[in-house]
Design a protein around this ligand. Structure first.
Ligand SMILES: O=P(O)(O)OC[C@H]1O[C@](O)(CO)[C@@H](O)[C@@H]1O
Length: 374
């Protein structure tokens, strides 16, 4: 069948064994975070923050991982900066826009800087009188750069494989730096958060190194037909959404992500004993409820993996436990998502799946991908 493969798609067909591109990109996360922390970028952040500081609300939008980064950003703007903030899928924003965009800040997130509905959304925001139209992209001189009034770049350029990993952490760092600066301009002291962001490349490296062994063990022990359920609350809602997306993209796993409370209102009854349940139990308003979910699931017999900044609370539990860094919950996703990517990569290898390919080596899926409207 006659067809044109776009250039950006060709790397997904290149590698047939470890290390796949997706692994290389994930391992580059620390250096890509460092590339955001440059003097020139700090200037861009300061200029963008001045524009956001005078706004009456913050609207964040993107697709896939970039949308989920927006969800995490909304928690921070609401929780630490005191600006009402909302996150949207970019198509939803452009087709069903919120009322009263005048005077607001609209932040479009796109790793590639070329996703059409993100560009449409920023044009709409300008027409409707937004006070600031900010773009976060990892690709310099991308269409997003032209569409936005302020752009925060850096981040290592376009990821080669279709499933993106480092882009989520990079978008979060840019957004957190922006929020911290807006907070500073408004008189809030977010110094602890700022200090952690400065150390984020080293901390990300520690999380990646520290979780590699356990994530490999969990992946190797999982039954090929098992589903994966992910539960997270607050900012870690973004982590479970992105974790599930990567499990689908890289390992074609049946993965389901839920806000903690939502998952307890029905979806849990579809679990089977061989399934894996991943629960974020992070100190904060949802910690006790997460613990109760974990202990309530015992009779079902599922495998449980707890990601927590309070590992002592689960020392005797018999579950898989990953220790997360001791950081404020509002910026936790920058680190807490990383073990999920490692697990997903190992699961793809264990299941004989090429994680770069997003199933496009199967002609039927390739034909569909080429026809999907973007
Ligand atoms: O951030 P961008 O470049 O707009 O792309 C969005 C999404 O597209 C994908 O690459 C493929 O669906 C996701 O991994 C990513 O989150």
């Amino acid at each position: 069948m006659e067809r044109q493969i776009p250039d950006w798609m060709s790397p997904v067909f290149e590698r047939e064994e470890h290390p796949f591109y997706v692994w290389e990109e994930l391992m580059k996360t620390p250096e890509c975070l460092s590339s955001v922390l440059t003097e020139s970028n700090r200037l861009l952040v300061r200029q963008a923050a001045e524009a956001v500081a005078g706004s009456n609300a913050v609207h964040l939008l993107g697709c896939g991982s970039s949308y989920f980064a927006g969800i995490a950003g909304a928690y921070l703007f609401n929780g630490a900066v005191g600006l009402p903030a909302y996150a949207y899928n970019a198509f939803e924003f452009s087709a069903y826009p919120p009322a009263r965009l005048k005077g607001s800040a609209v932040i479009g997130i796109s790793h590639t800087g070329g996703t059409a509905v993100v560009l449409d959304s920023l044009e709409l925001a300008k027409r409707r009188g937004a006070a600031a139209v900010i773009g976060l992209t990892d690709v310099e001189r991308s269409p997003l750069t032209l569409a936005a009034t302020h752009v925060i770049e850096g981040g290592g350029g376009r990821e080669k494989p279709l499933p993106k990993t480092r882009s989520f952490a990079v978008s979060l760092l840019k957004m957190y730096l922006l929020a911290a600066e807006v907070g500073r301009l408004s008189g809030d002291r977010l110094e602890e958060m700022q200090a952690i962001l400065e150390q984020s490349p080293d901390m990300a490296r520690q999380v990646l190194d520290g979780s590699e062994r356990l994530t490999g063990q969990i992946a190797a022990g999982l039954n090929p037909s098992s589903s994966v359920y992910l539960f997270g609350a607050g900012p870690n809602t973004a982590s479970v959404l992105d974790g599930a997306l990567k499990l689908q993209e890289m390992a074609q796993a049946r993965a389901h992500a839920f806000e903690l409370e939502e998952g307890m209102h029905g979806p849990w009854v579809t679990m089977e004993p061989d399934d894996l349940v991943i629960v974020y139990a992070v100190r904060g308003p949802s910690f006790e409820k997460s613990k109760k979910l974990i202990s309530a699931l015992a009779p079902v017999g599922v495998n449980i993996w707890v990601l927590t900044d309070a590992p002592d609370s689960f020392a005797e539990s018999g579950h898989h436990v990953t220790s997360l860094p001791d950081v404020p919950e509002l910026i936790a996703p920058l680190f807490s998502v990383l073990p999920l990517y490692e697990f997903t990569y190992r699961l793809a290898l264990a299941r004989g799946i090429r994680p770069d390919a997003m199933r496009l080596t199967d002609e039927r899926f390739l034909q569909t991908r080429l026809k999907l409207p973007r």
